[in-house]
Design a protein around this ligand. Sequence first.
Ligand SMILES: C[S@@+](CC[C@H](N)C(=O)[O-])C[C@H]1O[C@@H](n2cnc3c(N)ncnc32)[C@H](O)[C@@H]1O
Length: 268
Amino acid sequence: MKTTGKVYLVGAGPGDPGLLTVRALELLKQADVVVYDRLVSPQILDLIPAGVMRTSVGKASGRHSVPQDQINQLLVDLCIGDANAAREVVRLKGGDPFVFGRGSEEALYLSDHGVPFEVVPGVTAAAACSAYAGVPLTHRGLSHGVRFVTGHFLENKRLKLDWRALADPDSTIVVYMGLSSLERICTALLNQGMDPATSAVAIQDGTTSRQRRVFGDLTTLPGRVKNSRLKAPVLVVIGRTVSLAGRLDWFVLNKEQIDHEMAGASNF
Ligand SMILES: C[S@@+](CC[C@H](N)C(=O)[O-])C[C@H]1O[C@@H](n2cnc3c(N)ncnc32)[C@H](O)[C@@H]1O
């Protein structure tokens, strides 16, 4: 079998099309096929020229997502074969392909099958959603480091995180996929002696016009998030820098919404 194509593993950022890189936009315009995830925003999909083949491999209302091994094989099949095989395949992923995006698994599979690929980094949710929420990830005197962790866990299995190291008051913790395990995460940090008054925020649909934020601290955030009925995608940021959001709120959606969000905050 002959390889006739190349795969571009492209990060689309967390939602706002303005955060797409110049390289990503260039590739979307010249692609033969775009294979995209659920987290890629409709505004970004609108940038794909008409006539370009699009394949969704993410969960759509009520339907299951395509299993990872099938996605891997699809990418290979699109590139290997006769002259009709697609040449430029854009594998478009939310955020950055190499941050909790399984982009490296796809790249390894392509590499093992002799398919050329290129990685185009995207703005990861931690950087973008926190900035749009008015939360710096680090700030002199408040936080000198940041940790990205996943809150995703398999049924009946414990989250294998180094809670002692995470409970560092001088660092910021960013939790991806942490909505359903939020209570466990906060409890684990409290058990390691972290200050219960540590500020925290849950950000839904960050960087988009649907963005919602729920503020609190390690003791109040889980209950507030539950009451607010936040839905995925949600990013959680924990640490002292969250307390700056009240002063750094540049992405103002509407005054009423901000007032509502701030009413739930204990640290402003
Ligand atoms: C499978 S991970 C993909 C992360 C992605 N590769 C990145 O670099 O941002 C999905 C998680 O990213 C976070 N996420 C991505 N986009 C988001 C958004 N617009 N608002 C809030 N959280 C987001 C959520 O925690 C979501 O559950």
